[in-house]
Design a binder for this molecule. Structure first.
Ligand SMILES: Cc1cc2nc3c(=O)[nH]c(=O)nc-3n(C[C@H](O)[C@H](O)[C@H](O)COP(=O)(O)O)c2cc1C
Length: 163
């Protein structure tokens, strides 16, 4: 059987619509963050979630060393935030206000929801990624609508299909 081409996997997997998060942490007194859509909830008891981070990302070393992170679920209208945190700009926090959670991770202003997490397990995700399983220690959700990512594009959520 032939190998699956990376571009083809990216294209086909991209047909699965996701929300958009910014995973943030603080290490050495400096905030770090990156756009992430590999977020998923794992279990309710205990309250566990996961994210999958590329070793090539600068934020990877920061999150790994911190051993804790916040998942900021972006709101519709925060596309510029998603783009900034998916880029290689030097100061990603220049254009977005944030506060620091009691557990030390940045919570971005205007986030649709946020979850403050402590890493409880690290699993290899092939040669290039680490899958972090983390316990949720604080969380909150706002009103409004989330930002959505589908087929390489940012969009809003359409009307609900059930009442
Ligand atoms: C919508 C979207 C989702 C992404 N999800 C992930 C992800 O789940 N894991 C990951 O390692 N990178 C993901 N990325 C890529 C990182 O955001 C990107 O590599 C970023 O530049 C890393 O920044 P850093 O090197 O400053 O940490 C995603 C990018 C986009 C646009």
């Amino acid at each position: 059987m032939s190998e699956v081409e990376a571009q083809e996997l990216r294209r086909v997997a991209g047909h699965f619509p996701t929300g958009v998060t910014v995973v943030t942490a603080t290490h050495g007194g400096r905030p770090c963050g990156m756009t992430v859509n590999s977020f998923a909830s794992v279990s309710l008891e205990p309250p566990l979630v996961l994210v999958c981070l590329a070793h090539a990302a600068r934020a990877y070393a920061c999150v790994d060393a911190a051993g804790r992170f916040a998942v900021n679920v972006l709101a519709e209208g925060q596309e510029a935030v998603a783009r900034a945190f998916a880029s290689k700009v030097e100061d990603k926090f220049a254009d977005v206000a944030y506060r620091t959670s009691p557990h030390g991770s940045p919570i971005l202003d205007g986030a649709h929801a946020w979850l403050d997490c402590e890493v409880v397990a690290r699993h290899p995700g092939g040669r290039t990624h680490t899958i972090y399983v983390a316990r949720v220690v604080a969380l909150a959700a706002g009103r409004g609508h989330p930002l959505v990512f589908h087929a390489g594009q940012y969009r809003g959520l359409g009307p609900a299909t059930t009442r």
